[in-house]
Design a protein around this ligand. Structure first.
Ligand code: BDR
Ligand code: CA
Length: 292
């Protein structure tokens, strides 16, 4: 399967990208979106992560704001550079002049139906635009695996809302209503897999660029919340689910999105939702991939 990663790096996005890039997943392009930080920052960060991973792939910049309303960056968590102040090499490759949605449409239409898997690590603005602009192309998409939502857990962007869905609730509603083969990985699952100081030390032992960069990113993530001794690895759950689905428990739920808050609620759309995971095995798998 061929993968496009849509992302807003972001500390945990960067870790997810490093794992996907180093562990041999067949990624053809990275598309960026405004979310954790503004679009120019998230796009530059995608290029910095590629440089650390020693990979050269096209990066296509996408939406610089939600479909409605303004972007709401999360500087408090990710730092004003989106990477917690961790020094990454300056990228040599500028982003493509082809925009994210055009690139996605072209890739999906030039592959067999179902052949492209899309990872969504940020707000769903780019995918919603694709669905609106090219509904026949959306039907050719294979699996969509998205970090987003909160079901039984409290939200992190409102009482019941999770950041990626809340940042562009309108887009989230379009995506959940589109009849895609969509698997959501909500906070209920992502809060179960956490990185702590021991995990950082184990990454350092590996002495490999992606593992060392991840150790520094996790330490920066601690600095943003000095009261916590471990932090959740939200976005890495997406490529981890792709590699090791047997380590997740997935249920089918009937859901929709509240267009005001982005909270998930009962609705007509059949969505696969990963509610539990084997954190210990997945932490090992993440470290293995980052150490290659
Ligand atoms: C999501 O929001 C962002 O802070 C993270 O990158 C992740 O995609 C978690 O709610
Ligand atoms: Ca993200």
């Amino acid at each position: 399967m061929t993968i496009i990663i849509d992302t807003d790096p972001g500390i945990d996005d960067a870790i997810a990208l490093l794992y996907a890039l180093r562990s041999g997943q067949d990624i053809v392009a990275i598309t960026t979106v405004a979310g954790n930080l503004g679009l120019s920052v998230t796009t530059g960060n995608a290029a910095r992560v590629l440089a650390v991973a020693g990979r050269d792939l096209p990066i296509h910049a996408g939406a610089d704001a939600p479909l409605h309303g303004d972007a709401k960056p999360e500087i408090g968590i990710h730092g004003d550079d989106g990477l917690g102040g961790v020094a990454f090499p300056e990228p040599a490759t500028p982003s493509s002049t082809i925009g994210a949605v055009d690139a996605m449409i072209d890739l999906v239409n030039t592959h067999e139906p179902g052949a492209i898997t899309l990872f969504c690590l940020g707000p769903l603005t780019n995918l919603a635009q694709l669905i609106d602009m090219a509904p026949d192309c959306a039907k050719r998409l294979g699996r969509v695996i998205a970090m987003g939502g909160a079901l039984d857990e409290p939200g992190n962007a409102g009482a019941r809302a999770e950041f990626n869905l809340a940042h562009d609730a309108h887009a989230a509603d379009i995506v959940l209503s589109a009849g895609l083969d969509l698997t959501l990985i909500p906070l209920d699952a992502t809060r179960q897999i956490r990185a702590d100081a021991d995990y950082v030390a184990a990454l350092r032992v590996a002495d490999r660029p992606a593992a060392a960069a991840t150790a520094a990113l996790i330490e920066a993530y601690f600095d943003a919340s000095t009261s916590q001794k471990s932090r959740p690895l939200h976005d890495p759950c997406v490529p981890l689910y792709y590699s090791r689905p047997e380590l997740f428990e997935v249920e089918t739920r009937l859901l929709s999105v509240d267009r005001l808050t982005g909270a998930l609620e009962a609705g007509p759309n059949e969505i696969k939702v990963a509610m539990k995971l084997d954190a210990s095995s997945l932490r090992d798998e993440l470290r293995r991939g980052l150490s290659l």
